[in-house]
Write a protein that binds this ligand. Structure first.
Ligand code: FE2
Length: 509
């Protein structure tokens, strides 16, 4: 089948009158793929001829439109592997999420969409290896925290030049804050007044995704590599904990906000229909696999967590944080995670999640204080996880974390007060892509974090972690850009560690 066949249409779908009237230039939000499986991926796009239309509808008429897709083995679409049509509806912001099946494992594919007279940019994706396949190497990057208004996503431009199999995104794909002169640090841009408001409604969340997705480097990376995403707090509102909003609003109003925020999240990312939210509930935690090399446990530490301890304390000293009943995962996800870890038969177990797992004492010298937004607010839950890892001999746990806008590498210890105690696992914390602007090598928090002996790296510039995982070792390369508030920054390697299979921890390389 030739490229011309696509351009001419494929019969029935094209005869549907829902293909007529699609506005021109509807692919301005780009294309994406995600959730790689051995036999398929999810393909995403969202029609928006006027992405920043202030009503949040992206310039689309409020009726369904048919979108065709094609998947090919080659970039010129001469060897077609799959094709079909999907309906973009106003109920889901004219997004589509095509679950392609029947593809071959561990191979590259190219895809594109057609709506009306327009053909989308071509995306490239890659399926996962067969579940029982031996895998020589898995190359991935971990990223989080893309405050568009704080800087350019130059790090993504560099990431797109790496030969990656997947990107893990760990939360804060958007921020819900009003954008105005006080926080708009991205040089040379201005935004309409519609963006200078806290994001509350479905239309506002949609508009916010469109604004952030206007970054060409973000679109480039989505079109280049499949993403495996999870969300943190700012996809809804800062520091929310399950049903507890942390700001003055009724529980009903908060859950209404969470419902529309989750819906907009689903609409804008390459997620399966099984992850579609129902009201304020989004079944986001899930497990993927990369052959016999790695199990990928994607966590949601935000939706089911207990509220902040000691009357809402975010940082400080509070015995209630150690209450054995507290959980950052909730009982169902804990059971699911522990069962999955116990049953895992892969060389590595990757936990992709949001907030720092390593214990970080914030008081240098005598006394202690902790951040209760992180796993330090749920120490019994962390202890239960570590008990499972030890008792069930879970192979090679590696935790990927975002949230703090710093590059940090830490060893997860059996006893946080004893540096000589056993190392249970390895935590790699990706800095932000844009959040906090240019950044510096160190800052006032640096000495505090580094006073915890299991912290092996601390840096406050923007960047990401690039990893190569093999059956014998994991190499983690922390990459940073010297600035983001203006365009064109080069990428530098900040530090590199090797973690040997069978020996958790960080060896400088
Ligand atoms: Fe963030």
């Amino acid at each position: 089948m030739s490229a011309a066949a696509f351009a001419l249409g494929t019969g029935r779908a094209m005869a549907d009158d829902r293909t007529s009237g699609v506005p021109a230039d509807s692919f301005q939000l780009g294309v994406a793929s995600g959730e790689p499986e051995p036999d398929g991926v999810v393909l995403w796009t969202r029609l928006a001829p006027d992405p920043l239309a202030e009503d949040g509808h992206g310039g689309m008429p409020l009726r369904p439109m048919s979108v065709q897709y094609e998947v090919a083995e080659d970039e010129r679409f001469t060897r077609i592997a799959a094709r079909g049509a999907a309906l973009a509806t106003p109920e889901l912001g004219h997004s589509i999420h095509v679950e392609v099946r029947g593809l071959a494992p561990a191979r590259e594919y190219f895809y594109r969409f057609r709506a009306g007279r327009d053909i989308s940019p071509v995306g490239r994706t890659k399926t996962a290896p067969a579940a029982d396949a031996s895998v020589a190497a898995f190359r991935f990057a971990a990223a989080s925290c893309q405050a568009w208004y704080h800087g350019y996503f130059t790090a993504y431009r560099h990431m797109a030049e790496e030969d990656l199999d997947a990107v893990f995104f760990l939360g804060d794909y958007i921020y819900e804050y009003a954008i105005n002169a006080s926080n708009l640090w991205r040089e040379g841009v201005s935004v309409a007044a519609a963006h200078n408001a806290d994001v509350l409604t479905l239309e506002q969340y949609r508009l916010r995704y469109a604004l952030f997705k206007s970054d060409p480097d973000l679109q480039r990376l989505h079109a280049r590599v499949p993403w495996i995403v999870t969300s943190d707090d700012h996809e809804v509102v800062n520091n929310y904990a399950a049903d507890f909003p942390q700001y003055d609003v009724s529980p009903e109003d908060f859950l209404r906000r969470r419902s529309v925020a989750y819906r907009a999240y689903y609409e804008n990312l390459p997620l399966r229909a099984t992850l579609l939210p129902t009201g304020p509930a989004m079944p986001l935690y899930r497990r993927l696999r990369y052959g016999r090399l790695a199990a990928l446990h994607v966590l949601d530490t935000r939706q089911y967590r207990d509220d902040y301890p000691c009357g809402g304390l975010a940082t400080g000293t509070c015995d209630e944080a150690n209450d054995p009943n507290r959980s950052i995962l909730g009982p169902d996800q804990e059971r699911w995670l522990f069962d999955g870890l116990g049953a895992s038969d892969t060389t590595w177990n990757v936990l992709t999640q949001q907030v720092v797992m390593a214990s970080i004492d914030r008081t240098i010298g005598a006394g202690t204080s902790y951040s209760f937004d992180q796993w330090d607010g749920f120490t019994a839950c962390r202890d239960r996880l570590f008990d499972v890892i030890r008792q069930r001999r879970v192979a090679n746990p590696v935790v990927l974390t975002g949230d703090i806008h710093r590059s940090v590498a830490a060893e997860l210890k059996a006893d946080w007060t004893d540096p000589d105690s056993a190392t249970i696992g390895t935590e790699l914390i990706a800095s932000s892509i844009g959040s906090n602007g240019d950044g510096t090598d160190t800052d006032s928090l640096g000495p505090i974090w580094l006073s915890n002996p299991h912290v092996k790296l601390y840096n406050a510039r923007r960047g990401y972690v690039s990893c190569t995982m093999t059956p014998t070792e994991l190499t983690s390369d922390f990459r940073v850009v010297p600035y983001v508030q203006r365009q064109g920054a080069p990428i530098n390697s900040l530090a590199r560690f090797v973690t040997e299979a069978g020996h958790p921890g960080l060896n400088p390389a």
